[in-house]
Design a protein around this ligand. Sequence first.
Ligand SMILES: CC(C)(COP(=O)(O)OP(=O)(O)OC[C@H]1O[C@@H](n2cnc3c(N)ncnc32)[C@H](O)[C@@H]1OP(=O)(O)O)[C@@H](O)C(=O)NCCC(=O)NCCS
Length: 414
Amino acid sequence: MSDPRSDVVVRRITGGEFLAWSRALDNGFLRTSGDAVHERRSATADPERTLGAFDGPRCVATCRSFPLEVTVPGGRTLPASGITNVSTTATHRRRGLLTRMMAAELGATVERGEPLAVLIAAEYAIYGRYGFGHATTSVTFEVDLPRAALPGWAPPADGRIDLVDADEVLAHGPGVLDRFRRTRPGAISRSRHRWETELGRHRISGESWQEPLYALYRDASGRPDGVLAYTCDDVWEAKLPQVTLTVRDLIAATPQAEVALWRYAMSVDWVRRVVADYRPPDDILPLLLGEPRAARATTSADFMWLRLLDLPRALASRTYAGRGALVLEVHDPAGHAAGRFLLDAGPDGATCTPTTCGADLTLDVGALGSLYLGEESASRLAVVGRVAEDRPGAAERADALFRTARRPWCQDIF
Ligand SMILES: CC(C)(COP(=O)(O)OP(=O)(O)OC[C@H]1O[C@@H](n2cnc3c(N)ncnc32)[C@H](O)[C@@H]1OP(=O)(O)O)[C@@H](O)C(=O)NCCC(=O)NCCS
């Protein structure tokens, strides 16, 4: 991983280098942290999956990954490398350090047998060059409740909602999330440590933290099917409540739980505005309002980016909206997913094998990463030249196969 053109060496860090690495990460992210933050980071990072770039003893760039599962259309999950903590210190930018770290990280991902790599991009322009495609979108909704024409509050007819404490969320939330995530392409696993962090268990004294309120939805049999975490401010004007309720987490394993928890969040007394971040672009939220325009999508942006590495395995692991065959000519300058592949797809599964047949579509691996979970349309990419039709109508045929009933959604930032 050393480069003859540079004195800077890119390599895995050793345990003793973690503090220097963590400080370099802070530099790249334009912040400074106390020792407690560095210690917390070191508790979660796996040195085997942590890369640093070293200019002599000084760490000047960082990147690490962790194992997670990504749900693909049809409900199967695939192991993936979740790449995070990517930074290059300002003094060492634009000298190819990220490019070298990415080559090392993607090579290691292939060696580990993980067919995908995923990340959340700080800026849109960074990761396309490494074969990543924008694979899910995240939306912030703001609901102006007085204009929402909501029905009056009534408890759910076929279940119940209780306010619970963090221990109960920790007891039931992971099960709810594991059932939910199999219903949604793009959803990712959440580690126990992540749950505990969300619940404020790894707080450092002095860090700002507002304990959320937690609502648990149970169906008529008592099964926990949905979790809502929310915080409220305490704004009043001229003795009138103007409270904003912020949804921190709303995870539901059934449609009944999803509807009931949204209705609950939007009907709490004193609340005039509901804000929900990191939501899917096709969230049912506006449909629950008499006036859907009262739910404004104030931000809509790319969220998870996906890099196909073991392309035959990835394409054969999902299901497709229809039955059909497609020959894909895939360009990948890094070589991992390059080739011509025959995808024989159907609603129950697919095979994907190298072929010498003539191509239907030619595209870069990043464009295929955008199609893979159902986020993009091949027809749309064809208009802007990111997909080339080698046979007329092939983009539409691809869309008929790749489209999904619900938009892909990655529920967690990482
Ligand atoms: C993004 C970042 C890691 C890039 O590191 P770097 O070592 O400067 O990247 P490289 O020198 O390997 O750049 C490779 C290419 O990407 C381009 N690039 C890098 N960062 C870019 C950005 N933010 N926007 C647009 N292009 C970018 C470079 O211009 C270069 O292009 P070229 O190959 O055409 O010359 C660094 O700028 C950084 O730390 N930014 C702040 C923190 C951050 O955003 N981290 C990413 C979190 S997801």
